[in-house]
Design a protein around this ligand. Sequence first.
Ligand SMILES: [Cu+2]
Length: 489
Amino acid sequence: MSNQISRREMLGLGVATIAGLGLSRDQAQATSHAVAGAYQPFRGYNPGSGSARPYWEKSYSGGPIDVKPLPPVLPGRGYRPVIVPDGAALPFKIVDGVKVFHLIAEEVDHAFDSGLIAKCWGYNGRVNSTVIEAVEGERVRIYVTNRLTVATSVHWHGFNLPNGMDGVGGLTQPYIKSGETVKYEFTLRQYGTQMFHSHHDEMTQMGMGMIGMFVIHPRNPRPEHHVDRDFSLMISEWAIPAGTSRPNTLEMTDFNVLTINGKVFPSTAPLICKTGDKVRIRLGNLGATDHHPMHIHGYHFRVTATDGEEIPLSAQWPESTVLVGVGQTRTIEFISDAPGDWAFHCHMTHHVMNQMGHQFPNMVGVNPAGLDEKLRPLLPAYMTMGQTGMDMGKMAEVMPMPRNTISMKGAAGPFGDYISMGGLFTVMKVRDQLKSYDQDPGWYKHPSGTVALKATDDELRRDGIEISNLPLTGAAQQVIPKATRHDGH
Ligand SMILES: [Cu+2]
């Protein structure tokens, strides 16, 4: 009995909780159908901030639907627009106090990289990188014109909205048929990083590129909402066999093109910051199958929002890798106080490869001496690959590739060596001085003595590191023929 709460105690607890929130029983039981006048902006979960919402509330759907919207806000006036590397925000106009957008679903010849162009589907001429931006409390009207040859619909992912605006083709609305224009309209009763995507034949349509970010800025930003750099990055994955130019949306596991805002490294635009900036990166994942542990070098960040909902300061996780699952958004924030060229990438090693990085026999550790010479008379372009791993960023330069194909990875780096990365990889460039955020500052110039370089003989001698007498151990002992061994055995 001592471990159980009696019914009387439970009732007492209920009354105390309701009293603590300053609500009457009637208010606490109010439903979303109650009309509540003008929309009340959310003032945050943090204690002491005069929160309009209790930490946990009965309704998690944004409260009453029938609220009077608040006036529209212009970019640069009430909010600072997000930065969309390799993309852009959708333009809007204001008609009678409503923000009006026009989304156009269409086929796009999309360049993942200068070497790979494919017929994809997207919105307003872009693939994965058209962002809709608005402000909490606004009324938005979004016309969707379908210029595809098949029906579609648009789902507003993570939104608290009337059911008939939810965009599930066949369930909450008729399809948007080819050539038709459909009108969505609702009031934004929340803020945060949300997304939108086709919700008809998802496997095909999302796989062809019909996804995007939808950023809702807070109506009354608190000081902690201010950032200097606010990046919006949408992650996706594609199966485009080498030499072809149309994504294979039937593929379920073997993706060979992994993108940030529709681009693969080295074509992903760098994230340019000044030393000391407060940086926010909004990450969304609407790929088919894979979750992506996105990792930053040189820093730890705080995860400040999940699926667009803010995390109270006391519950924020410090991390250097955040898992962005399919259908999720994660918002991370940090101060860019360490200058340099910092890698920011998915930590699944197969996700930092481009095309051509799969479907070869495993040759690691195999000595194929003479094999290439023997086979060349039969197969002039033959080259055994992978016996020392896949350190072949320059492959495109030394072997012929099918047309419309990008090499599996790699870009010329500042030291003459290739950066052996592709896919879900970008570089955050932090500089003490910047001419402009819009201009790539080039490679970082490291202060003298701060780069890992080949050790000198003097250094080795000083620290007693013997190289010439190193006994061979483990695998090296087994692989290297006896005649070449120098350890006297
Ligand atoms: Cu990944």
